[in-house]
Write a protein that binds this ligand. Structure first.
Ligand code: 3PG
Length: 323
């Protein structure tokens, strides 16, 4: 290799690292802002089915406007694409609404500690439903994940069963989302940004009738009046912020998937949860006991070990959101 070629390669490698660093920093920052505003809204206005629907509606609208104004190139997709996307959207909808219901009942940090256990769900589903086999190191890495999440749940001061189950259902749904999207994206050339835009639109169609059935306009209107009288007119900006930031963080995470491996993505997602857990504990002054924090730390360490061992065995889990 000539010295100039080696220098050019090193330069492009460095540029790639900078680009990925920017993606990650943006993704985590957007996610922290989403989580803060989402919880502020839910504290004043406990209608998670509506707020989940608004997040998807806002993202869908933003993307339709971007396509219409050519800010973003509209994707070339057909009926087959939508058919393949349908199971992904069902799983995305369930995972999204379940996480939001969870956060309406418990501290944001608790939801994310339980959500850091997603790799355990992934391995269990792949093993028992898909019949995949893993080396012992992968199963061993689940011990700290399950043990740490269990310890954190048992010592959580404001434990609530709906909050706990919401996070668990979200984990399970997102594992299925990953599996379905792995199949659905095979051979398709839609960018991460447009893939997520279509996913939002289909999820919005799926979620809207359920949100109306579970909560409905009467409850929403009465609650809205109360929230505005309690918080003031800025309440609407909180709702707008949680909706816009929900779309943006997901869009950036799907865009970063175009650039990085699923493994790098999963490490990034774990680090994202650490930033959300720490910042939400500080902002909402969540009471944490040392043993509770220890449980969270063990679970997160477990997800790192899991990513390391699953990398070593070259276990690739497709193109979309891992963890
Ligand atoms: C949601 O509302 O969909 C959840 O907050 C998603 O959480 P995650 O993207 O951090 O898995």
């Amino acid at each position: 290799k000539s010295p100039s070629l080696a220098a050019a390669e090193a330069k492009s490698e460095a540029a790639k690292r900078v680009k990925i660093g920017i993606y990650f920093a943006t993704w985590w920052a957007l996610n922290v802002v989403f989580n803060i505003y989402n919880k502020k809204v839910l504290n004043a206005y406990p209608y998670p089915w509506l707020t989940s629907t608004l997040s998807l509606a806002c993202g869908s609208l933003m993307m339709l406007v971007s396509w219409a104004t050519k800010i973003a190139e509209p994707p070339k997709i057909n009926l087959e694409f939508w058919k393949a996307l349908f199971p992904v959207a069902v799983a995305h909808t369930i995972g999204h609404v379940a996480a939001t219901v969870s956060m309406s009942k418990v501290a944001v940090s608790f939801t994310h500690i339980i959500k850091s256990g997603e790799p355990a769900f992934s391995v269990i589903v792949s093993r028992f439903l898909l019949g995949e086999r893993f080396p012992p190191a992968v199963y061993l890495s689940l011990v700290p994940i399950i043990g740490g999440c269990g310890l954190a749940a048992l010592t959580e001061l404001n434990f609530n069963m709906t909050g706990f189950m919401g996070a668990m259902i979200s984990n399970l749904a997102f594992v299925f989302r990953n599996i379905f999207s792995k199949k659905g994206m095979k051979g398709k050339s839609v960018s991460g940004m447009n893939y997520y835009a279509c996913l939002s639109m289909l999820s919005l169609l799926i979620l809207t009738p359920f949100a109306i059935a579970v909560e409905g306009p009467h409850m929403w209107a009465a609650g809205w009046k109360e929230a505005v009288s309690e918080i003031g007119p800025q309440f609407i900006w909180w709702v707008a912020a949680q909706s816009i930031f929900y779309h943006l963080y997901n869009q950036v995470s799907y865009m970063s998937l175009d650039e990085i491996s699923p493994l790098t993505f999963s490490v990034g997602n774990t680090m994202k949860r650490i930033s959300v857990i720490v910042s939400s504990i500080i902002i909402f002054r969540t009471p944490v006991q040392p043993i509770n924090a220890l449980g969270a730390a063990i679970a997160i360490l477990g997800t790192f070990l899991y990513s390391q061992v699953s990398d070593q065995v070259n276990y690739k889990r497709g193109c979309i959101l891992v963890l």
